[in-house]
Design a protein around this ligand. Structure first.
Ligand SMILES: Cc1ncc(COP(=O)(O)O)c(C=O)c1O
Length: 370
């Protein structure tokens, strides 16, 4: 056997990230060209035309290093969120902020707290830092188990990662639930609220940036341009931290030129056209209600959703359903975490993609779960 480098054992032992299947792979496996990409929670509406105009303008300079401080983008985010600019750190997608926060807070022997089912990186990045990960399961009614989370917070994890709205399940913490968790968070724990799906949340729900700022606890709220703004391929996200010192340490844990020039220009333009984003969110929420009715009509148990996807129990191994759907040229995600392998997550796509999903599921012979 060939010699092996002395890898960092925490990294060498990492589980793979359960990424949605690539479209070319799906074409080869299904023999179809018209792939419905419903596995990665992308925006089927694309992005604002203003983004494409900005990328074609002189503002985008591919030959120059991009601004490592993302000055214009952070100014735009500060205007949009009301957060002080010195508390904002931009990332190569919000996933980079998860990695940076894990690196900034965790060492071997420390603990990160999250939920299960979980967004993969909320577990993978702490594991990469050598930390222990504690996962609190969802309630049978697809909710956050606030009692169990409070008990786990009392054990003083170094960091807690919660997505709300919750990927992969779909519901969001309400104001009282968020306040309960904040009150239970020990002073030295960093509370990370991942709001990747914030724009799809019900109106009247809590704005994590505001609620956490008012709380005064150490925190970071993560948001992204990948979902409602439709820039998943460009990679831009950000963390709004409780204070400048937390932002400095998170920024120290990222690579210097992390957000590329195209992503910075595009994200600024996207924030300049929130009307486009709001119209897209409205369309997708209407579509989400229609797809939910379709799935429930087939007998599936569907979780409540404040996101651009639906999570539902297939009543059998979801990998079998996913394989059957792939033959029809539809990519969805089979959940693989132990205890949740009967669940599937399907992104809300275009109306015709969604129709294809419902027709293909209706044709499957195992939709008789309660
Ligand atoms: C909860 C959550 N956080 C973070 C991300 C990362 O998004 P990005 O790196 O594209 O900003 C995702 C992507 O699916 C997500 O679902």
């Amino acid at each position: 056997m060939r010699d092996r480098p002395d890898f960092n054992p925490s990294v060498a032992a990492l589980p793979p990230y359960n990424a949605g299947m690539n479209v070319e792979v799906a074409r080869r496996l299904s023999g179809r060209q018209d792939i419905a990409r419903l596995a990665s929670n992308e925006n089927p509406d694309g992005c604002s035309p203003k983004v494409l105009e900005a990328l074609a303008s002189a503002a985008f300079e591919p030959a120059r290093y991009a601004d490592p401080a993302c000055t214009l983008l952070r100014e735009a985010i500060a205007r949009d969120t009301g957060a002080p600019i010195e508390t904002i750190v931009c990332g190569n997608g919000s996933e980079e902020m998860i990695a940076a926060i894990a690196r900034a807070t965790l060492t071997p022997g420390r603990t990160a707290l999250t939920v299960v089912p979980s967004f993969g990186l909320h577990e993978i990045e702490p594991l990469a830092a050598g930390a222990r990960v504690v996962k609190v399961p969802m309630t049978p009614a697809f909710g956050f188990d606030l009692d169990a989370l409070e008990a786990a917070l009392a054990k003083v994890p170094a960091v807690v990662f919660l997505s709300s709205p919750w990927n992969p399940v779909g519901p969001a913490l309400d104001r009282d639930g968020l306040r309960r968790l904040i009150a239970a968070t020990p002073p030295r724990t960093l509370f990370v609220l991942d709001e990747a799906y914030f724009e799809y949340a019900d109106e009247g729900g809590p704005d994590g940036i505001e609620v956490l700022r008012a709380s005064g606890i150490p925190h970071a709220v993560l948001r992204t341009f990948s979902k409602a703004y439709g820039l998943a391929g460009l990679r831009a996200g950000y963390a709004v931290c409780s204070d400048a010192e937390t932002a400095r340490v998170v920024a120290a844990a990222k690579t210097p030129f992390n957000v590329n020039a195209a992503a910075q220009v595009a994200a600024v333009a996207a924030l300049d056209d929130k009307a486009w984003m709001r119209a897209s969110v409205k369309r997708l929420k209407d579509e989400r209600a229609r797809v939910r009715d379709g799935l429930e009509g087939l007998g599936f148990r569907v979780a409540p959703s404040q996101t651009n996807f639906l999570f539902f129990d297939c009543g059998g191994d979801s990998a079998d359903f996913v394989a059957a759907l792939l033959k029809e040229g539809i990519i969805v995600k089979a959940w693989r975490e132990p205890g949740f392998t009967t669940y599937m997550r399907a992104t809300i796509g275009t109306p015709s993609e969604n129709d294809r999903l419902i027709v293909a599921l209706a044709a499957s012979d195992r939709h008789d779960c309660a």
